[in-house]
Ligand binder design. Structure first.
Ligand code: ADP
Length: 369
């Protein structure tokens, strides 16, 4: 269907976007009625003016560069965000798209299409302010947890020491002995809780990123757990793992928590643990699979929350291990989840950011640790 000149004119005049024609220096040759609606100027008030003069002073150099770029690459289009001065003196955010039609005989101008993005910018600014406040509040919380945990250690040590001394006294009666034993046990549990809190608080700490060989981090975590692993008789297989740009300390702590859980929550059958990684788009997905007791589907979403435990009190722990893992993975820009079947086993999976992280796969094949 052929559209008449009037038809095109009506399309432009009724377009919610402001459409202007400018020359190669940025001088406005034409402004549509929607420009008037958006910026308040009548066409005769802006025709002949340079569009860069209407920009916020901070955005002018950016506008100048955009104009140069669009001149260099006909027919564009090129997009950038800037603040434009409204006739009432306020500034509104617009997304401008420039198309170089200078060599188009019917147009012979640069077409500038401007869209009001104030609402989007306000939401973005709110989101940014919220994220910054959240970071500040998390830092305050971590600092509080660190100080509280640190200050609790001292009196706890005294409680443990004196209760154990009381227990050793020959003349105490059976009831007092039982009560002292409860105090000693509670103090031990509290010490575990404090250690968990301290590692939870420090798991969000920023560490300089560097290239880390995941096999090395796994090896170090296994080394740190050598006694429980040997006692459990676990067989650990490690597949091909990449080198990632990350924090080594955090990765060791992550593997250590997951391996320690695999050992703690093993079933009657011989424990088998498999660690491997596969590329997914720009990221890596790392999997730690065990054939332990597994977790029912109804609990899987909760176990990453602090202090959530499904285990009985006889199994050591304070319910912070997986919360620490979640914090570490998220700090590194990834996500963590579980795939598990009760009675069959669990696979803990997490992603490690690949985007711009300079990750390279190791040339080695799978090996047995
Ligand atoms: P903790 O081990 O101190 O209880 P975690 O946060 O590490 O705390 O784990 C939370 C809960 O998730 C554990 O109490 C346990 O019930 C369950 N869990 C964690 N890892 C495994 C696993 N590999 N197999 C089965 N259950 C697990």
């Amino acid at each position: 269907m052929a559209v008449s000149f009037q038809g095109f004119r009506s399309l432009i005049e009724n377009n919610p976007d402001a459409i202007s024609l400018i020359d190669r220096r940025g001088e406005i040759l034409y402004g549509s009625a929607s420009s008037t609606r958006m910026f308040g100027y009548q066409p005769e008030e802006i025709v002949g003016r340079n569009c860069l003069d209407l920009l916020h002073p901070e955005d002018r150099s950016h506008g100048h560069v955009a104009l140069q770029e669009v001149l260099a690459s006909p027919p564009g289009p090129l997009q950038w965000d800037a603040r434009v001065r409204h006739k009432d003196g306020t500034f509104c955010w617009v997304e401008s798209t420039l198309s170089n039609l200078l060599f188009e005989p019917e147009v012979k101008a640069i077409v500038m299409q401007q869209r009001d993005i104030n609402a989007r910018r306000v939401v973005e600014a709110q989101r940014q302010a919220y994220a910054e406040e959240l970071t500040r509040s998390n830092l305050r919380l971590e600092e509080f947890a660190r100080i509280a945990a640190h200050d609790l250690r001292e009196p706890l040590l005294t409680i443990s020491l004196y209760s154990e001394m009381m227990l050793k006294r020959a003349q105490i009666d059976a009831t007092t002995k039982q009560m002292s034993q409860i105090v000693v046990e509670s103090a031990k549990r509290m010490a575990i809780l404090i250690d968990g809190l301290l590692s939870f608080a420090s798991s969000g700490e920023h560490e300089a990123l560097r290239f880390v060989d995941l096999r090395h981090a796994v090896g170090q975590a296994i080394q740190n757990l050598v006694t429980p692993i040997n006692t459990s008789g676990a067989t650990i297989t490690v597949g091909r793992l990449p080198i990632v740009r990350s924090s080594e300390l955090h990765l060791i702590s992550l593997f250590q928590n997951l391996l320690s859980n695999a050992v703690k929550y093993r079933a009657e059958r011989p424990l088998e643990i498999n660690i491997n990684a596969e590329r997914r788009g720009p990221d890596w997905v790392v999997r730690i699979q065990d054939n332990g007791i597994g977790i029912g589907a109804e609990h899987q979403a909760r176990i990453f929350m602090p202090f959530v435990r499904l285990a009985s009190r006889t199994v050591p722990g304070c319910g912070l291990g997986l919360a620490v893992c979640k914090k570490i993975v998220e700090e590194l820009g990834g996500v963590i989840w579980i795939e598990s079947q009760l009675g069959v086993g669990s696979t803990f999976c997490f992603t490690l950011m690949g985007k711009d992280a300079g990750m390279v796969p190791l040339p080695t094949n799978g090996e047995l640790v």
